[in-house]
Design a protein around this ligand. Structure first.
Ligand code: ACO
Length: 333
């Protein structure tokens, strides 16, 4: 059975105005600009206002993506929100965005908790409904307020994260699946490494208590060096898998949008893939790690700069809490 291609018809992003520099962080914890830049490539990150939750960031990115696609909220068939920092445990942030956008009540809206691979996961899920012909327009809006779960006393993590949102509208394109739009995806899960990156308290295993809050167990806990090794090994592997599933080679890839966690991980992975640096999008220096939003923000950045041409092959690839790996190859329509 032939399928319609799922193409991206609109993108948008939103970064809060407030900038937190490495210099600012050195006044909070024992660190310095030289250490942070040399170990991570991060110079600054954005911090959402106190009254801004993830859905507020996502709403603006979503409106921008809809405008770019020339669509109204009423045109949407589904809203997917990859996030690890939902406004509340429930209802989902996707439901809040549906309400704020004024999108129809007759659509599905749900969150995807897949860490930093969330945007790839969201596009892969959305594509199934588009390709099968059961839906026409799906909003994938990744939104994160990671600074709400940052332990500001832990110098090994608080330097890494920032807030932001990115969105894409996925719609049905002309022609056949495999010719344009999402050509292939690969999603992998290594639950055995879940302990490496987690928020221990606040779920059903450890409901919040004053003691857990006092020990900051409601914040991100991370085994950085172990994650680093998994990422440097895993990203090139899943990238090769998805490039081959798309029937392409590394040389066919025009742009690489990798999860922006650490410049050293991005550079090491690009080297292993033999992809030249000038094809690799980097904005981790400005925004830090925005988890599920990171690849969506980078996509909007390269798009807004007018760099994407019709027919360009994009590789999106990332790793995240879970431990998860995700890759997608998209031919820009
Ligand atoms: N400033 C100064 N010194 C520091 C800092 C800091 N901010 N943080 C750690 N150090 C010190 C450590 O205490 C240690 O000192 P010691 O040798 O005296 O004990 C030394 O620097 C080296 O620490 P490492 O943890 O070994 O440093 P490393 O080079 O591994 O860098 C980092 C740490 C940046 C966290 C790295 O491991 C990394 O990027 N890992 C991947 C993390 C990641 O990408 N997480 C996001 C996952 S995606 C998601 O789903 C959110």
């Amino acid at each position: 059975m032939s399928c319609r291609p799922a193409i991206i018809t609109g993108v948008g992003s939103y970064l809060p105005d407030r900038i937190l520099t490495n210099e600012d962080l050195s006044e909070i914890v024992d660190t310095n600009d030289e250490w942070i830049v040399s170990h991570t490539g991060i110079s600054e990150r954005r911090i959402a206002a106190e009254d801004q939750a993830s859905s507020d960031l996502g709403l603006i990115a979503a409106q921008r993506a809809l405008d770019d696609a020339g669509l109204q909220p009423s045109d949407l068939d589904m809203i997917l929100t990859p996030t690890v920092t939902s406004d509340q445990v429930f209802p989902s942030t996707a439901c809040m965005i549906q309400d704020k956008l004024g999108a129809p009540n007759t659509i599905a809206a749900f969150d995807l908790v897949s860490g930093c691979t969330g945007f790839v996961m969201g596009l892969s899920v959305a594509a199934q409904f588009i390709e099968s012909g059961s839906m026409n327009n799906i909003l994938v809006v990744s939104a994160e307020k990671l600074t709400s779960v940052t332990d500001w006393t832990d110098r090994s993590t608080c330097i890494l994260f920032g807030d932001g949102a990115g969105a894409a509208v996925m719609s049905a394109g002309e022609g056949e699946r495999g010719e344009t739009g999402l050509l292939a995806y690969a999603l992998e899960t290594y639950g055995e490494h879940g302990r490496l990156l987690r928020i221990p308290a606040g779920g059903s295993r450890q409901p919040i208590t004053p003691e857990l809050v006092a020990s900051h167990d409601h914040c991100i806990r991370m085994e950085g060096p172990e994650l680093f090794k998994l990422a440097v090994r895993g990203i090139p592997e899943i990238a090769k898998t998805v490039i081959s599933k798309a029937g392409l080679t590394s040389e066919d890839i025009d742009w690489v949008i990798m999860h922006q966690a650490n410049l050293r991980i991005i550079e090491a992975a690009a080297k292993r893939l033999h992809i030249p640096e000038d094809r690799v999008i980097i904005n981790v220096d400005k925004y830090g790690n925005t988890s599920a939003a990171s690849m969506a923000i980078a996509l909007d950045e390269v798009y807004s700069e007018g760099k994407l041409k019709s027919g360009d092959n994009l590789l999106l690839v990332g790793f995240g809490a879970g431990f998860t790996l995700g890759g997608a190859v998209i031919r820009w329509a």
